[in-house]
Design a protein around this ligand. Structure first.
Ligand code: NAG
Ligand code: NAG
Ligand code: NAG
Ligand code: NAG
Ligand code: NAG
Ligand code: NAG
Ligand code: NAG
Ligand code: NAG
Ligand code: NAG
Ligand code: NAG
Ligand code: NAG
Length: 450
């Protein structure tokens, strides 16, 4: 192949031979220089709305001529670069570099990556107390924003120059403020961004009440109710119940409402006697997430003091008591109860017994018990919460055993005396004998004989 012949321009034929020879030399040199760049295809990505520069560096001698087309349209650009401003959609551009040696085509597939609205809010999520001020900046760094502003029922702005517009409300008095910041781009399109605003309000008051109105009786079940008046938003509310200083229950609420509502929590309790005098409280707390206030806004109810009625319980159990006849006996009975119980004794009265009251206890006093006092003494304690009974069995023991011992001792002593007397009389005869012998016989031998 001889490109020289193919490409030699017709005009050169008219040049003088020497000139032709010179050109031939140059063209034979050019022969060695081709368009060094080959046809190629490039894929490029760029965010929507940004500017991009395509370059088509074709190496050749003489310098090639460039022709750019995008999506079939001639871009009227004849340098080796093409600037695409504000990339909007996927585009295919080709660059053709032509020299007399030939031409090469470079193809660019420009992918326009969709971008969001080029607006940034200083806070996209805001938690604000009802009545407090609020201010949000909307800013952009994009160059294709023609103007921007806030649209809102309160605090809206006009159409302003970029890069910052501020939405400001001195007192938030709406439960669902929904401002939005919009931008109009140079191509005429619009976009908006909206912050997420949570307006909260602590309850007007929180109170505990007993739904059964009145004192509780041990062993039954009762419901205490915690009323939370006017709180928002209820989905962020937590109610905590305390008995004394102990946490006994927490409750959250499933319903969703951005405006203030009244709600309640119920605590079921089986009162024990030691609950009497204890206080129950409930606390309403708003858990507003990491964007919320550092200290959880809360309201505590006034304390509710429990009154628990309980049936009497004796301090001592049933028993059997043994006493000796003639002794003094006291039987006392007292019970723990709320309210204080009515205590009475049931027994067979006798002349030597009476009942006295001493504080909370009832005492039976018996002076010099006799067998007539033996029997069952029943103490009955009763109040409105119930009654309880205690039995004391009184057993009277005769003093007989002592008497018997005395008699036995006496009998034994008499027996001993009789024995001694008997021995004495028997030996007296013997003594008399020896004495009579002693009168006959000299004392010395007699003593040796004896
Ligand atoms: C560039 O290319 C287009 C189409 O390929 C053609 O119509 C146009 O005439 C060319 N322009 C030049 C200066 O070569
Ligand atoms: C394209 O833009 C760059 C700067 O962004 C500039 O230097 C260059 O001259 C521009 N090219 C054309 C063909 O306008
Ligand atoms: C460009 O093409 C890519 C895939 O080839 C697609 O994901 C994207 O949405 C397209 N962009 C536009 C603006 O059509
Ligand atoms: C490019 O070169 C080819 C041959 O390689 C030719 O067919 C085509 O017409 C040329 N295109 C232009 C625009 O010069
Ligand atoms: C380059 O592409 C053009 C247009 O598609 C074509 O006419 C030419 O033959 C190609 N050249 C080579 C070397 O592939
Ligand atoms: C909002 O922008 C103004 C200036 O335009 C600045 O003074 C203020 O501090 C910004 N506020 C926030 C919350 O960034
Ligand atoms: C609750 O109070 C009692 C005394 O009133 C105390 O001994 C106890 O430690 C407290 N418990 C807590 C969890 O504060
Ligand atoms: C909440 O309760 C208060 C007082 O009981 C009442 O005035 C108010 O109307 C109630 N609010 C709602 C939303 O029911
Ligand atoms: C509480 O509020 C925050 C902010 O509004 C929210 O992100 C979170 O999901 C809420 N929590 C509950 C339990 O609703
Ligand atoms: C005494 O016994 C009776 C009958 O067994 C019983 O009902 C009562 O609870 C007992 N009282 C005490 C104090 O244990
Ligand atoms: C009841 O008994 C006590 C002690 O035995 C005695 O002091 C008191 O006088 C008696 N009272 C009556 C009214 O009998």
């Amino acid at each position: 192949m001889t490109p020289y012949l193919l490409h030699s321009p017709p005009s050169s034929c008219m040049l003088p031979v020497t000139m032709l020879g010179f050109l031939m030399l140059i063209f034979s040199l050019c022969d060695a220089l081709e368009l060094k760049t080959k046809n190629s295809t490039h894929v490029m990505s760029s965010s929507e709305g940004t500017n991009i520069m395509l370059t088509c560096e074709a190496v050749g001698n003489p310098h090639p001529v460039y022709n750019w087309t995008c999506d079939g349209e001639n871009m009227l650009e004849n340098t080796n670069s093409l600037n695409i401003t504000l990339v909007k959609h996927n585009t295919t551009c080709t660059c053709t570099a032509t020299s007399y040696l030939g031409n090469i085509t470079k193809t660019f597939h420009v992918h326009a990556e969709p971008r969001g609205c080029p607006l940034t809010l200083t806070a996209s999520e805001i938690v604000v107390k009802f009545g407090d001020p609020i201010s949000i900046n909307c800013s952009t760094s994009a160059t294709d924003v023609e103007g921007m502003g806030w649209e809102a029922p309160f605090g809206g702005t006009g159409f302003e120059r970029p890069p910052v517009v501020t939405w400001r409300v001195d007192q938030v008095e709406e439960w669902t403020p929904s401002p939005s910041c919009y931008a109009t781009l140079v191509d005429g399109s619009q976009c908006t961004v909206s912050p997420l605003i949570t307006v909260y309000k602590t309850p007007d008051f929180v109170s505990v009440s007993d739904m059964d109105h009145g004192p509780m009786v041990e062993g039954r079940e009762y419901d205490l109710k915690c009323d939370v008046i006017s709180v928002a938003p209820v989905q962020n509310l937590t109610v905590t119940w305390y008995r004394g200083n102990e946490t006994v229950q927490t409750e959250t609420f499933n319903h969703f409402n951005m405006t203030p509502v009244n709600t309640s929590s119920t605590l079921r309790i089986s009162p024990k006697r030691d609950y009497s005098g204890l206080t129950f409280r409930c606390e309403a707390e708003l858990h507003l997430g990491p964007k919320g206030p550092q200290f959880l806004p809360n309201i505590c109810s006034p304390p509710y003091t429990a009154v628990v009625l309980y049936a009497p319980e004796f301090k001592e159990g049933n028993e059997s008591k043994e006493v000796l006849q003639g002794e003094d006996v006291t039987l006392s009975c007292s019970a723990d109860s709320n309210p204080p119980s009515n205590i009475r004794w049931i027994y067979t009265a006798a002349v030597n017994s009476n009942v006295t009251t001493e504080g909370q206890q009832k005492i039976i006093s018996i002076t010099g018990v006799t067998s007539a006092n033996a029997g069952i003494y029943i103490c009955v304690a009763e109040n409105e919460a119930g009654r309880n009974t205690r039995f004391i069995s009184l057993v009277i023991k005769d003093k007989v055993p002592l008497l018997v011992i005395g008699v036995l001792l006496a009998v034994f002593a008499i027996g001993l005396i009789v024995l001694l007397v008997f021995i004495y009389y028997r030996n007296r005869h013997f003594f008399l004998d020896t004495v009579s012998h002693a009168t006959d016989v000299p004392l010395t031998p007699a003593s040796s004989n004896a």
